[in-house]
Design a protein around this ligand. Structure first.
Ligand SMILES: Nc1ncnc2c1ncn2[C@@H]1O[C@H](COP(=O)(O)OP(=O)(O)OP(=O)(O)O)[C@@H](O)[C@H]1O
Ligand SMILES: O=C(O)C[C@H](Cc1nc2cc(Cl)cc(Cl)c2[nH]1)c1ccc(Cl)cc1
Ligand SMILES: O=C(O)C[C@H](Cc1nc2cc(Cl)cc(Cl)c2[nH]1)c1ccc(Cl)cc1
Length: 316
């Protein structure tokens, strides 16, 4: 009788044995969404009945479009992340034709959907969700990672309506982590230093330094935070236009204005984030770090210690 076929297992970060999964371990359901190189499918693990979002990538497409580095960057970043405000990567595996990312299922859709549906958020909802993004960025930057493409489409919601940040294919790892693994490009870079890269991101939320010098900093994510807070309260991003080059022009010239009714406290916070010089943005190291940002009057009353345990305000 053939030797009992055993599923190969591998050690995870905690050093415990984890059986490598395979497609047959899951029942695949409806397609949740499509990316440029991926299809995300709702799936249930046979052995546990647990629901996952499985991101499936076609190997031929990845190779043809020369995107393997993004897949590995997404895998490497997601494997490092274990925080309530980020989509969790449970397993990766492959078969002859495809790669599989088994992710936590953020079943309540994208932040962008809610902004479009409601028109805009009131101050209370904006304060709560902006605080969750700040708390998530503090964790991400603490790991030496820049998201680089933070936008309402990449901020999903789980069943409890807490945020689940996703899409790390364009993120950048700026320093080796405590396990001494090389950063994505194998080069050792001191934290906070800038990197040459070709990734751009999404026009409305891209920071001026990425446009002009192609360099991303931690505070590139703080610029995106400023754009997101503005958009939550007003319904539209601050820099908008017909074509990308028109948006890029407005960004580099800081050409935007506040609509009627934008509160002075919220305006003050946005003005302290949408600063052309990366080192001048509230929340970056040179400006007193996240503690200074969390103390801004707009966040008055936020209990930063257990946001993921609090009941989110009803989105009205
Ligand atoms: N963990 C998840 N839970 C629920 N929905 C998800 C999850 N991950 C992705 N999605 C949804 O699936 C769709 C495709 O996501 P995916 O990350 O594959 O591509 P993308 O990032 O949207 O596109 P691109 O690859 O061009 O950046 C998106 O609409 C996203 O909202
Ligand atoms: O099993 C692992 O974890 C390592 C593999 C490595 C790997 N095999 C690949 C084959 C191709 Cl064609 C492309 C990429 Cl990016 C590939 N990456 C892998 C599998 C799945 C995913 Cl999502 C990422 C990496
Ligand atoms: O093609 C574009 O313009 C958009 C893509 C963005 C992009 N985001 C990704 C996320 C993942 Cl997970 C994988 C790939 Cl291949 C991803 N590619 C991209 C790829 C490469 C560069 Cl340099 C810039 C942008």
């Amino acid at each position: 009788k053939m030797a009992e076929e055993t599923t190969p297992s591998k050690l995870n970060r905690a050093g415990s044995l984890q059986a490598k999964r395979k497609p047959e371990d899951f029942i695949f359901g409806k397609v949740i969404g499509e990316g440029s190189f991926s299809t995300v499918i709702l799936a249930k693990e046979v052995s546990t009945d647990k629901q996952y979002a499985i991101k499936v990538l076609d190997k031929q497409h990845i190779i043809r479009e020369n995107k393997a580095q993004y897949v590995h960057r997404e895998k490497s970043v997601l494997s490092k992340l274990n925080h309530p405000f980020f989509v969790k990567l449970y397993y990766t595996f492959q078969d002859k034709d495809r790669l599989y990312f088994v992710l936590s299922y953020a079943g309540r859709g994208e932040l962008l959907d809610y902004i479009q549906k409601l028109g805009s958020f009131d101050e209370n909802c904006t304060r709560f969700y902006a605080a969750e993004v700040v708390s998530a960025l503090e964790h991400l930057h603490g790991l030496g990672i820049i998201h680089r493409d933070l936008k309402p489409e990449n901020i999903l919601f789980n069943e409890q309506m807490h945020i689940q940040i996703t899409d790390f294919g364009s993120s950048k790892i700026l320093k080796t982590d405590q396990l001494g693994e090389d950063s994505q490009d194998g080069s050792q870079v001191a934290p906070g230093q800038k990197r040459k890269n070709s990734f751009v991101g999404t026009a409305q939320y891209v920071s001026p330094e990425v446009l002009t010098s192609k360099k991303a900093y931690y505070s590139s994510d703080l610029w995106a935070l400023g754009c997101i807070i503005y958009q939550l309260l007003s319904g539209l991003p601050p820099f908008r236009g017909g074509h990308e080059y028109q948006i890029f022009q407005k960004i580099t010239k800081l050409e935007y204005e506040f609509p009627e009714g934008f509160s002075p406290t919220a305006r003050d916070l946005v003005e302290k984030l949408l600063v052309l010089e990366p080192e001048g943005r509230l929340g970056c190291e040179e400006m007193g770090g996240f503690d200074k940002l969390k103390k801004h009057p707009f966040f008055e009353g936020v209990d930063w210690s257990n946001l993921s345990k609090q009941k989110p305000p009803q989105l009205v």
